[in-house]
Write a protein that binds this ligand. Structure first.
Ligand code: ADP
Ligand code: MG
Length: 778
């Protein structure tokens, strides 16, 4: 003990002198100068005092004032100055991987260090931190998983929860856990940071914790709404292209329907605005098919037009464009590349900013472009608060963000771009006034803005809660419903019940809501329960190689590209991978394995090009597979000495069965009709397939069932990625694999037998049962 103490003391003193050396160096001086110019610096002492005097403090301040990069550093520096550098442990959570990585890199640089020394980061499945890392930036999920094994956060001195105004599900969850932990750890300090001024909510949740505000300075930003944008940029809304008329008309109708379903006030405001502005001319182009068509996406042509207007007529300054998603961003980027002015690299630099970009690309976003070149950054709502690009003078705001919502009544998640809140619109606008007065182009009419909600609703109230419920159980936090009722804003009881039912169905919880062995393993894997189940079964049944590809594909994104102008060719290419296996998942395995082979003789890119595949996504899948493998080794599910699992089974039927085990109860029955295929699920009745599914191109599916990964409600319920399975696969692998034996398992499927009334299923069931009985008797 004494020796240890002495070592730590020496380390602390060492840290102090290192810090001093850096601050005295020329580069360090420059950095200090920059850091002192940030608004947070003026509040440094007040903040530190409040933190030392109170267990919980809520800090708010304009984005860019220095909360994320400075406040954790202030705490760290003051600990170092007090010779506690080697004993403090500061954790700062971020809602997104990319911000955890970017911020830690920045903070390390500000301290004149490399990442992994005293500053590190940890995000799902990767991270850089060393033995001496004392300031750790991690995603909220990582901290939650640490709580699994370390319920009291032993050794942690400060927890900083950033971006709480976003009200993400993990953050709300973490707050319930921390609230319960604080009395047990009176020395632990909790700091909550928010970009907006709704601090009261959080303060009162923690019994009236003190609130501190960092006053920031931003330059005024002029807001333009659609009405005057059209006038100013002389944009002519053109009538429909005659050839496209039908498709557009149809989309247009769906769009109106979608609006109608929303809050009626928004709907009517939007419709009025659409009438007056003649939105019909808005040319909708997305990379996606009709079913995935994003009914709310903004016309790319209008964005292009405004960008052109800025480049031709306005002062220098970077442009930040807020869009809804990765697909749209890439699609617009391609469109701009073909433009005579915007595609000219000597004059314009177009960058995409999204969660999965490489860090070299990331740096370009912060860097000043060469003289005479205008930087245009296409971003999702991530750039609203977690990332600050200083030289932005112009903001283009499409008014939408992709938001998961959850229809508890139908137990169906929906992912739709929806209107942002007034707070978010204000936030986006503010991004233009960092260094000089700016301009913001809101691509929607003023009356639409007026109808926006004040704040976005918390994620806990609009997403499926399965993973969360599993976590509550594995953290031994008691009854799920009781626990969630203590949230800042508790979710609906029906949503909670649906999640519990799901976990019982897949066998992660038993009848009394206790964690089963499977549930226990699942909570340890950082993927959704259904994907975790596939990994576990893939290990047990020794067919992990293809299963890891399927799981990686489902947790990254689809590598099959859907170029809007070559959709047919792309669909054909994809269906060739399926080779009449009637499975999108097996097609993915095939495509991935082909790519691996092509990589061996350096023709990976050509292979991707030929087959409409995204090399970037395949690479991501590849690295995720490696991570899964080492993770499964760590958890002891596969043999430690095994170097690779490529020699394991690739048997299609086995793989199909395991996919079925994971995706159950996502199952629909297949009825081949004369000219079409009729698909039905128990909850929704008739459902449709996304047009890019290999099964959507088949005139007949010679299997009685399809298991699917995801259904999304747009105007109808659509199934994404599906795999055909047989009766016996469903009977043997659907539902829980329980120790209770096959018999109990088969009984559980009675509901299915009754509902679908498939004679073949009943036959297989009886047959299996008979065999089982014979087996028991012998
Ligand atoms: P807040 O959390 O209050 O929004 P930050 O601490 O993220 O503010 O940012 C403070 C300042 O540091 C901003 O001016 C921002 O531009 C700058 N900054 C943050 N990250 C980087 C980076 N990676 N490179 C350069 N400057 C950065
Ligand atoms: Mg921040």
């Amino acid at each position: 003990g004494v020796v240890m103490e002495r070592i730590l003391r020496r380390k602390s003193l060492q840290l102090r002198s290192q810090q001093q050396d850096w601050q005295d160096s020329l580069e360090g001086q420059k950095m200090i100068e920059f850091r002192r110019s940030l608004p947070a610096y003026k509040e440094r002492d007040t903040l530190l005092r409040a933190i030392s005097e109170n267990q919980v403090v809520v800090v708010s301040g304009e984005t860019g004032c220095g909360k994320t990069t400075q406040l954790p550093q202030y705490i760290f520096e003051s600990e170092i100055e007090a010779a506690r550098g080697a004993t403090c442990s500061i954790i700062c959570t971020q809602p997104r991987r990319i911000s955890a990585m970017a911020v830690s890199e920045r903070v390390a640089a500000e301290r004149g260090e490399k990442i992994g020394e005293s500053v590190g980061y940890k995000v799902r499945l990767e991270g850089i931190k060393g033995r001496d890392t004392r300031l750790l930036f991690c995603t909220t999920g990582v901290l939650l998983r640490r709580l699994l094994v370390d319920r009291d956060l032993n050794g942690v001195t400060h927890v900083i929860v950033d971006e709480i105004h976003e009200r993400g599900m993990n953050e709300d969850f973490l707050l319930i856990v921390l609230k319960e932990l604080l009395p047990r750890r009176p020395d632990l300090r909790l700091i909550l940071m928010s970009a907006t001024l709704n601090a009261e909510l959080f303060s009162s949740y923690f019994g009236g914790a003190p609130m501190l505000h960092i006053p920031g300075f931003t330059h005024p930003v002029r807001a333009h709404f659609l009405e005057n944008i059209l006038e100013m940029t002389k944009y002519r809304l053109t009538p429909y292209n005659q050839i496209d008329d039908y498709g557009q008309e149809k989309m247009w109708k769906i769009q109106k329907q979608t609006f109608r379903k929303r809050k009626s006030q928004i709907a009517s405001a939007v419709e009025d605005a659409l009438e007056t502005a003649d939105f019909k001319g808005y040319s909708h182009r997305t990379s996606e098919s009709m079913a995935c068509w994003n009914p709310d996406s903004v016309g790319f042509n209008l964005i292009e037009h405004v960008l052109c207007h800025i480049c031709k007529n306005e002062r220098p300054g970077a442009v930040l464009v807020f869009m809804t998603g990765w697909d749209d961003i890439n699609c617009l980027k391609d469109q701009l590349q073909a433009h005579p002015l915007l595609g000219d690299p000597g004059r314009v630099l177009v960058l995409a900013c999204h969660g999965s970009m490489a860090s070299s690309e990331q740096r370009l976003i912060f860097d000043k472009p060469p003289d005479g070149v205008r930087k245009i950054v296409l971003a999702t709502n991530m750039a609203e608060t977690s990332i600050t690009i200083n030289d932005v003078v112009y903001v283009i705001d499409c008014g939408k963000a992709k938001e998961t919502s959850y229809d508890a009544l139908n137990n169906t998640p929906c992912l739709l771009p929806s209107w942002i809140s007034k707070a978010a619109a204000r936030q986006r606008r503010g991004r233009a006034g960092r260094i000089q007065p700016g301009e913001c182009y809101h691509l929607y009419p003023r009356c639409v803005y007026d109808a926006f909600a004040d704040y976005q609703s918390p994620e806990l109230l609009r997403t499926p809660l399965q993973s969360l419920c599993l976590q509550i159980k594995s953290l031994e936090l008691g009854s799920i419903s009781e626990f969630l009722s203590r949230a800042l804003q508790p979710p609906e009881p029906l949503s909670v019940q649906n999640a519990i039912d799901y976990l019982k169905t897949i066998g992660a919880l038993d009848e009394n809501e206790n964690l089963t062995v499977l549930g226990c393993h699942l909570s340890m894997l950082p993927v959704e329960p259904k994907l975790g189940k596939m990994l576990i079964l893939g290990s047990i049944f020794k067919c992990l190689d293809p299963i890891m590809t399927v799981v990686a594909g489902l947790s990254v994104r689809d590598p099959f590209l859907m170029p809007y102008d070559k959709k047919d060719l792309a669909d054909t290419a994809k269906s060739q991978f399926s080779a009449r296996e009637f499975s999108d998942h097996l097609a993915l395995v095939q495509a991935y394995e082909g790519w691996k082979d092509a990589e061996k003789d350096q023709s990976g890119y050509e292979y991707c090009w030929r087959n409409f595949l995204s090399a970037q996504t395949l690479k991501a899948i590849d690295s995720l597979r490696k991570q899964f493998f080492s993770l499964l080794k760590d958890t002891g599910l596969i043999d430690h000495n095994r170097e690779s699992c490529t020699t394991w089974s690739h048997d299609r039927h086995l793989v199909r069965s395991i996919i079925c085990a994971g995706l159950f109860p996502g199952v629909c029955s297949v009825v081949n009709k004369e000219k079409s295929i009729m698909l039905k699920t128990m909850e929704d009745g008739q459902v449709l397939l996304y047009s890019n599914s290999v099964n959507a191109q088949e005139p007949k599916i010679p299997f009685p069932w399809l298991v699917f990964n995801e259904k999304v409600k747009v105007n109808a319920v659509f199934l994404r990625d599906s795999t055909a399975v047989s009766d016996s696969m469903l009977l043997l692998f659907g539902g829980k694999i329980s120790r209770g034996g096959l018999d109990g398992h088969l009984k559980m499927l009675d509901g299915y037998l009754e509902f679908f009334m498939k004679p073949s299923l009943t036959d297989t069931y009886l047959c299996l049962k008979r065999e089982l009985e014979e087996l028991i008797q012998s």
